[in-house]
Write a protein that binds this ligand. Structure first.
Ligand code: IMP
Ligand code: MG
Length: 173
């Protein structure tokens, strides 16, 4: 297994995360903001971005899984669901990466049926090439090519999540 050079360094990540947080702080002043992190992948991005958001907020999580090794598996399983009241709240879903869009779309629909006042989506990485469902993204950290990446919360078989940067991952052949 090979983890290559950083695609985004800790410093680049920090700068971009702060920019996203500033946009959110501007857009949500005076609103009833509920940010929902999608675990496990978003744990690092989530904990970084909420520290920089300057408006009051409530937070909660969803634990979901849809991925088998390096391939998307069409089915989304929810292990923990949001306990905060969603109706009439201004909700932002926070995820690590969107690839086919299947996972986020499923979660988005589960939130929408609980009638939030508004729902926006914030993802750290956007892999556009394999998109199957055209899901609206409101805040995007970086667009990336169709390569498998690890670090900064993202895993390969649950490893590498702790790397403080994003790196392309290649299996040794
Ligand atoms: P989607 O349903 O195909 O959009 O897949 C989204 C989920 O797959 C993400 O939340 C990640 O957990 C995982 N995923 C997609 N691409 C990568 C990657 O390059 N590295 C690690 N996980 C990934
Ligand atoms: Mg994920």
């Amino acid at each position: 297994m090979i983890v290559g050079k950083p695609l985004f360094t800790t410093r680049q990540i920090q700068i971009r995360v702060k920019e996203l947080a500033d946009m959110i702080s501007r857009d949500y002043s005076g609103k009833d903001l509920l940010v929902i992190g999608i675990l496990k992948g978003a744990f690092m991005f989530f904990s970084d971005i909420v520290r920089f958001i300057k408006v009051p907020l409530t937070l909660d999580f969803i634990i979901a899984s849809s991925y088998i090794k390096t391939r998307s598996a069409g089915e989304v399983k929810i292990y923990y669901d949001v306990r905060e009241n969603i109706s009439e709240r201004d909700v932002i879903l926070i995820d690590d990466i969107v690839d086919t869009g299947v996972t986020l779309n499923e979660i988005r629909e589960r939130i929408l049926i609980r009638h939030p006042d508004s729902l926006k989506i914030c993802v750290f990485l956007n892999k556009k090439e394999k998109r199957i469902i055209d899901i609206p993204l409101d805040y995007v950290g970086f667009d990336i090519p169709n390569e498998f990446v690890v670090g900064y919360g993202l895993d390969y078989e649950n490893q590498f999540r702790n790397l403080p940067y994003i790196s392309v991952f290649k299996k040794k052949t």
